[in-house]
Design a binder for this molecule. Structure first.
Ligand SMILES: [Zn+2]
Ligand SMILES: [Zn+2]
Length: 482
């Protein structure tokens, strides 16, 4: 769940607090993954005055409200859901009345929302915690919601006590500053890192040392000699052995902490296997210089409500004349501008990145021939300057991003920017936060939280010539599973 839907939903549900309950119907997107069914809050179908009886303390939904939602479901493709609050300090445990309601609704809505899940959630405030429980009727069976995640907000899943893990000597100073529950939050966090090159390897190193419990590492490439200028954990023998960058990163993580669970994937977004992995993450960090990757990360944020923090570096200049030294950090949160809104994407460049090697070569040949004829070579191949990166910049950018990630995961501080550009060597050091807003007509405004139900509106799909991803997951203390 994410804002603005989440905040509005909580405002409604706690509107008669602390004594009385309230409810609203909801719409959800969904995705079936090997780990289970993902549900994403897409919209609220709030009650109109009189549709819920406000003269009683419990929730009494009138027939007209139910009928309006059922008829409405025939006009959209999302799943039907309902959420109600329990009074403060009353556990979000379904009552006998709730059981009756869910039995009735799961049967009733199937007639209007065919082949869609029916979702029923309960929320209450217990002490200073917001606690959710939920169940989903899907394909003829009930399933209990095993994990709730809300963008930028700490919530607890009912009956899942966060086990307090012992704080290791290594992270004692971090725990002293952030509090011991912060160290525990990091141990329970799942973080995806897209790109295990210069910047990604710096991010991974800082997160592993800080004790993040589960890292999902995505990168399609081998390590090359030129990577050694900036790749944390990469060595000459890895180049000789043509090791994959994700395998080098995994080894580095386990050299630091053998208890960290590492899932590696050789591949690229938006391959479906990678989407399946990343939708389980509390936070995804974008560390590639590829525009198609940034486009896909933005889409992951608005369709699947996965919070994404992206970074990039650019060293501009050649032959000894350095003209720019830029680090850029940008957030993709569900309600914020996507990569398209931010004009970070050049569609022609994305097209070139997605071409096969053969197509790229033939376009280049066509461009050369055009140039000889005196035609516009750019119509065939757009020459783009190679952006240089150097180790001190990728390490600075990656460390900054990892720091903001730790602040996010522990709820201690949010990223203090929307799109930060930092020019390291201007005098004085120049930092600009580009506060930009979503474009009203952008697709990200239309399908927020629609998950797979926005397949038709996808802004990028993986090209057929990409090899299938190879995934490996290692749980501490177990042999690898591929
Ligand atoms: Zn109830
Ligand atoms: Zn957008």
């Amino acid at each position: 769940m994410a804002d603005p839907e989440y905040s509005r939903m909580m405002e409604l549900l706690l509107s008669r607090y602390p004594l009385y309950e309230w409810a609203t119907f909801l719409r959800f997107g969904w995705r079936e993954t090997p780990d289970g069914l993902l549900l994403t809050l897409a919209a609220l179908d709030e009650p109109l005055p009189g549709e819920i009886d406000d003269s009683v303390g419990h929730v009494a939904i009138g027939e007209p409200y139910t009928l309006r939602i059922a008829l409405g479901a025939e006009q959209h493709r999302l799943a039907v859901g309902i959420i109600h609050s329990h009074p403060e300090e009353c556990a979000p445990e379904p009552s006998i009345v709730d059981d009756d309601m869910d039995g009735y609704y799961s049967d009733y809505f199937i007639g209007f929302a065919v082949d869609r899940p029916y979702v029923s959630l309960i929320v209450s405030r217990l002490g200073d915690e917001i606690v959710f429980s939920g169940r989903v009727f899907w394909k003829g069976a009930w399933h209990v919601v095993s994990k709730f995640l809300v963008e930028r907000t700490r919530v607890r899943t009912y009956r899942q006590r966060s086990t307090q893990l012992p704080i290791g000597e290594r992270v004692k100073r971090l725990a002293a500053a952030f509090g011991s529950d912060a160290a525990n939050d990091l141990r329970h966090a799942v973080v995806g890192v897209v790109g295990a090159g210069g910047t990604g390897s710096a991010v991974i190193e800082v997160l592993a040392r800080a004790g993040v419990g589960h890292l999902i590492l995505i990168d399609p490439d081998h390590i090359e000699e030129s990577n050694l200028e900036r790749l944390h954990g990469g060595f000459r023998e890895d180049v000789a052995a043509r090791k994959w960058k994700v395998d080098v990163a995994e080894r580095h993580v386990h050299q630091i902490d053998s208890q960290i669970r590492v899932t590696t994937c050789r591949g690229s977004l938006p391959q479906p296997e990678i989407v399946d992995l990343l939708v389980t993450a509390n936070l995804v960090l974008g560390c590639t210089d590829q525009q198609h990757s940034r486009l896909a990360l933005g889409e992951l944020a608005y369709r699947y409500l996965v919070p994404v923090m992206d970074c990039g570096v650019a060293l501009e200049g050649s032959n000894g004349k350095i003209t720019g030294h830029t680090i850029q950090l940008a957030n993709f949160f569900a309600a914020g501008p996507c990569a398209l809104c931010r004009r970070m994407i050049d569609p022609r460049r994305v097209g070139q990145e997605l071409m096969s090697d053969e197509e790229r070569a033939s376009r280049r040949r066509a461009a050369e021939e055009a140039e000889q004829r005196g035609d516009m070579a750019d119509n065939y191949w757009m020459g783009m300057p190679q952006l240089n990166t150097v180790g001190y910049m990728t390490t600075t950018a990656g460390s900054m991003l990892a720091g903001y990630a730790i602040g996010y995961l522990t709820h201690r501080f949010g990223p203090a920017y929307t799109q930060l550009q930092l020019n390291l060597f201007s005098e004085p050091v120049n930092m600009v936060d580009w506060v930009d807003h979503p474009q009203a007509d952008c697709v990200c405004r239309q399908v927020r939280g629609w998950a797979d139900q926005a397949k038709a509106e996808a802004v990028i799909t993986p090209p057929a010539h990409w090899p299938a991803p190879a995934i490996s997951s290692r749980v501490p203390g177990e042999a690898g599973v591929t």
